[in-house]
Design a protein around this ligand. Structure first.
Ligand code: BES
Ligand code: ZN
Ligand code: ZN
Length: 479
């Protein structure tokens, strides 16, 4: 979809459809359609399609409910643009424009409109063979020429395309996207957008002592890998070095502690954390923040093959700590343990890991907010504020020291599961053992990386969370 910005009176916009926000309490539009007021309430995401509005060049005007003006933020703008675009796409409208409301024409609203449209345009239909609808162009229309708007539109395009690239990866089934496939995707992003890419193969990881990660991989015929993407800011190197660590389990069968078959097909999305790290790097490469950023994506398939690890096995992680594998389905924390240790050994000063880690976080927070765990107040605040600006909801979760008792193991330093209660917290506590004293945030996205129900502004399936937050975190970084 081609994205552009135009400065002109809305009446003159040349488009097959022009989206115009209308607000609750003042549903009169700029086209004298106040007579429709009874029908058009301006309630959020209410859509009214008008044809041949007198004096308007665009063939159609789509009045898009924006809700109450005092509640209208960039998040509402994003959803409005997404819902309107999906509505028009369904009607095979190819050239779409959106008029910024004069009261909400700041750069953040232009950026959000572009993001919403691009995200709304995504449908996880790659493997459907029938004809597909496509929207050719999306134009943001503003009244007056304004340079910051140019940059905002460009930023929105880069970020949302990166988020959609993550969604596309997550949507790939596990027979098409193996650990080597994730590596290939990382290499491609590096080549296209100018990042350094390095890959550790099984032998490299063995030499480094990554037995926790390798233990998970050994039940699969697919070789594991650890992909790295590095961004170095132009000019003087920054003191801080942000490490993004994304869980890349291309399929989680549970291993020997096998999952029930009901819903198991969804476990192709267990690499969503890794995909979001790759997506974020794609945007970071183009937007060039002042901080150095490296993504680490440990990639494995968790399978119950003849060489699979067994419950009761004890493995030594790269950090030297020994782990009793009580449940082979708690594999994410095992691969992240070694990836976190490795990221620290490569000089990262701040770490953010992103993982579809536990069903327990879905019980705690549902599908609306990701769980955020942190050992460091400063980094927690940075990530929370980035997530607020980016419109991706998260919620701080506890990490009290004594939760560690849940992970006691008789024969090893710690067990990989902590019993029935507080499963999202004990998983995070496990990771904390490997983040050590490096400021660290863990994002459990098991509930937010995938939605089972279509929304007006978003297709069902992969969401691409938290690409926007990760990009924002890097862009807003100040030392
Ligand atoms: N990949 C799953 C977590 C998950 C669950 C992601 C639901 C998305 C939706 C993870 O590897 C897992 O299996 N976790 C177990 C941990 C348990 C064995 C302690 C879980 O949450 O049940
Ligand atoms: Zn699992
Ligand atoms: Zn998993």
């Amino acid at each position: 979809m081609k994205i552009s910005l135009e400065f002109q009176p809305v009446e003159r916009v040349d488009a097959e459809a022009l989206i115009v926000p209308v607000f609750e309490g003042r549903p009169e539009t700029r086209f004298g359609t106040a007579s429709l007021a009874g029908e058009v309430t301006g309630k959020a995401l209410e859509l009214t399609l008008l044809h041949h509005v007198p004096g308007v060049s665009a063939a159609r005007v789509l009045l898009a409910g924006a809700g109450k003006p005092e509640k209208f933020t960039a998040a509402e703008q994003r959803n409005l643009a997404g819902a309107a675009l999906r509505f028009l796409k369904l009607k095979s409208v190819a050239r779409v424009a959106l008029a910024l409301d004069p009261k909400f024409a700041a750069p953040e609203f232009a950026q959000a409109a572009v993001e919403g449209a691009i995200l709304g345009d995504f449908d996880p239909d790659k493997y459907k063979t029938g004809e597909k609808k496509t929207v050719e162009s999306f134009t943001v229309v503003a009244a007056a020429r304004d340079e910051p708007l140019d940059r905002a539109v460009e930023r929105g395009r880069i970020v949302a395309e990166a988020q959609n690239s993550a969604r596309a990866l997550v949507n790939e089934p596990a027979n098409k996207l193996t650990p080597s496939g994730v590596v290939a995707a990382a290499r491609q992003v590096a080549a296209e957008f100018g990042l350094e890419c390095q890959v550790l193969e099984r032998e490299d990881m063995a030499a480094l002592g990554m037995r926790a990660l390798l233990g998970v991989a050994q039940g699969s015929a697919e070789p594991p890998a650890l992909a790295m993407l590095r961004y170095q800011p132009p000019g003087a190197p920054s003191k801080a070095h942000l490490g993004l660590v994304g869980k890349g389990v291309t399929f989680d069968s549970g291993g020997i502690s096998i999952k029930p078959s009901d819903g198991m097909e969804k476990m192709k999305y267990d690499m969503a954390g890794g995909a979001s790290a790759i997506g974020a790097m794609r945007a970071i490469a183009q937007l060039k923040p002042a901080i150095a950023v490296t993504a680490f994506i440990p990639c494995v398939e968790n399978m119950p093959g003849g060489r699979a690890q067994r419950p009761g096995d004890i493995v030594a992680a790269m950090s030297g700590k020994t782990i009793e594998v009580i449940n082979t389905d708690a594999e994410g924390r095992l691969i992240l343990a070694d990836a976190l240790t490795y990221a620290r050994s490569r000089g990262c000063t701040h770490l953010v890991d992103v993982a579809t880690l536990t069903g327990a976080i879905v019980v705690a927070l549902g599908h609306l907010r990701a769980g955020l765990f942190s050992s460091d107040d400063g980094l927690r605040d940075r990530v929370l504020s980035a997530s607020q600006s980016a419109g991706e909801r998260m919620w701080p979760m506890p990490l009290d020291e004594d939760y560690k008792d849940y992970l006691k193991s008789a024969p090893a330093d710690l067990a990989n599961v902590g019993g029935r209660w507080g499963g999202a917290v004990t998983a995070a506590i496990f990771l904390k053992e490997f983040a050590g004293d490096t400021p660290w945030v863990h994002l459990d996205i098991a509930g937010t990386a995938w939605v089972d129900e279509e929304k007006p502004h978003l297709a069902k399936g992969p969401t691409g969370l938290p690409v926007r937050t990760l990009v924002r975190l890097a862009l807003d970084w100040e030392e």
